[in-house]
Write a protein that binds this ligand. Structure first.
Ligand SMILES: *Cc1c(COP(=O)(O)O)cnc(C)c1O
Length: 222
């Protein structure tokens, strides 16, 4: 495990090859807690899609690498009072979880580009975890589809800690169908992290969010 991140990226992409023969899969490398120099290193190896979970760390990294023309994905909880700031630099918002958040994204100066958006679904029974409960999914997806600030692209979820990830991702695949019934073009499924991406792929994931398997362990703290 002393390989350079670019070496681990290449190894990961090789493992993804089979899945990509069946359909396009976007690999989002999650660089949270790592310095912008790591983003540069992976960009130099040809990678374009990166993800972060916390503002303003995410903004600083996006600005520090602005010359590279990368695609930034915001995958953490979006606070209403910071959402419009995040939408200035994040190309894809993976964590839309309430109508109030959509309201917040629509307010203000109207100078932001329309952003790709995924509705995050909570696959656990714990309302404290991120995402909208499955029974609120349709209403929220309709709200996003009607928004001029966002383009509804699909769903996102994190597998529960206490359940076999394959079972949870199977549920997510069915929820994704419901969203496609609302907006047929919304066919993205953001699911799968370092430990469970194979199960996510089996159940239709189109976007993997991979941190440690490529970046190595995150620096402590922060
Ligand atoms: C950190 C994070 C990831 C990546 O997790 P790894 O286990 O390091 O691959 C994926 N999704 C979200 C929402 C995250 O916060």
């Amino acid at each position: 495990m002393t390989d350079a991140p670019a070496t681990r990226l290449a190894a990961f992409l090789e493992q993804l090859e089979d899945a990509r023969r069946a359909r396009p899969v976007t690999l989002v490398v999650i660089t949270k807690r790592h310095p912008a120099s790591l983003v540069r290193e992976l960009a130099a190896a040809g990678h374009r899609d990166f993800g972060e979970n916390r503002h303003p760390e995410s903004r600083d990294k996006a600005l520090e690498t602005a010359d590279l023309g990368l695609t930034w994905h915001f995958v953490g909880q979006l606070q209403r009072n910071k959402a419009r700031q995040v939408a200035r630099y994040a190309d894809v918002l993976h964590s839309i979880d309430s109508a109030a958040l959509v309201d917040a994204l629509e307010g203000g100066d109207g100078e932001r580009p329309v952003r790709d958006a995924l509705v995050q679904v909570n696959l656990t029974d714990d309302p404290g975890r991120g995402g909208v409960a499955p029974d609120g999914l349709d209403a929220l997806a309709e709200r996003v589809a009607a928004s001029e600030a966002l383009r509804l692209r699909g769903v996102m979820a994190v597998a529960p800690l206490d359940e076999e990830p394959g079972r949870a991702f199977e549920r997510l695949a069915r929820l994704a169908e419901r969203v496609r019934a609302i907006e047929p073009a919304a066919d993205w499924i953001s699911a799968g992290m370092s430990a469970d991406w194979r199960e996510a792929i089996e159940h239709g994931a189109t976007h993997l969010r991979i941190g440690t398997a490529i970046t190595g362990n995150r620096p402590a703290g922060g």
